[in-house]
Design a protein. Structure first.
Length: 131
């Protein structure tokens, strides 16, 4: 497929999957261990399938609290995600950035702004340089 061809030509990919899903889900239901484990299983399938055709660097960005998806749940997800990434990818925990109000587009938004993205880019560059 075209997306596989584009990914296969890349030297380095970053993946950030989960923030919107957990934020949206948290508004209608409680985030449970089962919810978290389902996400980890889906990420496992995704990363395993990606590794079938892509051999270069992959960095997975962790999740952070959003809406009713709380810090405790984000830490649990990141802990499991970091272990999973040990098999397929590098892991970058961005939860610390979420603790700073100046890194958000607006006070009521969970989307990070350009300042946060600059800081994350610096971390990604260091990972790329050291990998």
């Amino acid at each position: 497929t075209p997306i596989k061809q584009i990914i296969a030509k890349s030297n380095y990919i970053t993946i950030a999957i989960g923030i919107d899903e957990f934020a949206s889900k948290s508004l209608t239901e409680k985030i449970t261990t089962e919810t978290i484990d389902n996400y980890i299983n889906e990420m496992n399938t995704f990363l395993k399938n990606t590794r079938k055709f892509y051999n270069d660097s992959i960095v997975v960005l962790g999740v952070y609290p959003a809406n009713k998806f709380n810090k405790k749940d984000a830490i649990e997800v990141n802990s499991k995600l970091k272990i999973l990434c040990g098999k397929y990818a590098l892991f970058l925990d961005v939860l610390a950035f979420s603790l700073h109000d100046e890194y958000y587009l607006e006070k009521s938004s969970y989307y990070m702004n350009y300042k946060a993205h600059q800081e994350i880019a610096k971390e990604l560059f260091l990972m790329y340089k050291n990998n």
